[in-house]
Design a protein around this ligand. Structure first.
Ligand SMILES: C[S@@+](CC[C@H](N)C(=O)[O-])C[C@H]1O[C@@H](n2cnc3c(N)ncnc32)[C@H](O)[C@@H]1O
Length: 331
């Protein structure tokens, strides 16, 4: 009997270690201050993802600020998103279901799904464009959900969409036929000056290196009187940027909502309005996902290790996530 129990314990241990080893590789983010989060681990090496970041570095600027060249950053962003966005067995798609929005969404007391939250986030931004005529650009269009939704307001031939990912652009072409979808970096817009009457950018500028470059480009390609509307996520500290390779470097850190508005004004924009909507964006999204993951666990659709993985990911993301903002500005 004793032997039988020992054998089963060994089996269980092997099974748990196997699972943990497999899933630990999918955890997106390991903070440097892991000790203070989980108790001392006596880690004497940096987490592998941090080392990985340094192996891919480009030029190292002064004052310890690390920047990467655009292609290195784009490749890093694409590795993360193309895998997460298209893998039907991956954790993201298991949680967001059939929604093709890839953002945190905008939540009210009545919101019941990620897809609805995605639609609402786009709608609160579009409400900041008073007259919906002329050409519009969907920057960092993701899978094409927002581009498709623009067709309720704009004829297809007036809608442009860009992304750094070829795969996401292919998806956008399918979802929003007739629109102009192109692979392009948001900080290098290949459009003439004064080309668009509006620009929409949902939850992506935190990746751009830098936001300032994007704001300058957005200003250039907008017509006089044109509107830039965007949602964005700030980090809790400059240091956090350097810990997570797919995000741009500390150079892109913005201290506050006021500092964000100031960057827009410095780019030349007026009628700048920046709101902290964290209570409608990150916090309800976080609670929704944590709840859903537990439901999956109780329904037998998610193992204990997978649930731990999701919770780890979301709790550590919570330590990184600062104000979630809604912004609009006019040229
Ligand atoms: C969180 S997703 C948001 C996607 C989409 N806007 C949505 O709401 O469903 C961030 C997106 O930014 C894109 N992205 C990141 N850096 C970019 C850049 N420099 N230029 C264009 N797109 C970029 C990614 O490929 C990804 O699609």
């Amino acid at each position: 009997m004793q032997n039988d129990t020992s054998f089963r314990k060994e089996q269980l241990k092997a099974r748990l270690f196997d699972d943990i080893t497999k899933h630990i590789e999918t955890i997106g983010y390991v903070p440097d201050d892991i000790d203070s989060l989980i108790g001392s681990t006596n880690l004497d090496v940096k987490p592998w993802r941090h080392r990985d970041l340094h192996q891919h570095e480009g030029n190292k600027a002064n004052e310890g600020i690390i920047t990467r060249d655009k292609d290195t950053l784009a490749a890093s962003v694409n590795r993360l998103y193309d895998k997460a966005f298209f893998d039907p067995t991956g954790m993201l798609l298991r949680l967001v279901g059939d929604s093709d929005f890839r953002n945190l969404g905008y939540w009210t007391a009545e919101t019941t799904s990620i897809h609805q939250a995605g639609e609402q986030l786009q709608d609160v931004l579009l409400a900041r464009i008073p007259v919906k005529t002329g050409r519009i650009l969907d920057v960092a269009c993701g899978m094409g959900a927002s581009t498709r939704r623009l067709l309720a307001h704009y004829p297809a031939d007036q809608v442009w969409a860009i992304n750094i990912s070829e795969k996401q652009i292919e998806s956008t072409r399918e979802k929003a036929p007739g629109c102009h979808a192109q692979v392009m970096n948001a900080v290098d817009l290949r459009f003439e000056d004064n080309f668009f009457s509006a620009i929409l950018c949902i939850e992506a500028a935190c990746h751009f290196e830098t936001r300032r470059d994007f704001f300058a480009e957005a200003y250039r390609v907008l017509q006089q009187g044109g509107h830039l509307v965007l949602s964005d996520v700030l980090f809790t500290s400059a240091h956090r940027h350097t810990q997570f390779p797919p995000f741009s470097s500390a150079i892109n850190h913005v201290e506050s909502v006021e500092a964000y508005a100031e960057q827009l004004r410095e780019a030349g924009f007026h009628h700048v309005d920046v709101q902290d909507a964290s209570d409608q964006i990150w916090r309800p999204h976080f609670l929704y996902i944590v709840n859903l993951a537990h439901q999956h666990f109780y329904d037998g659709r998610m193992s204990a290790v997978e649930l731990t993985d999701v919770l780890w990911h979301y709790y550590s993301q919570n330590a990184v996530t600062g104000p979630c903002i809604l912004a609009s500005a006019q040229k």
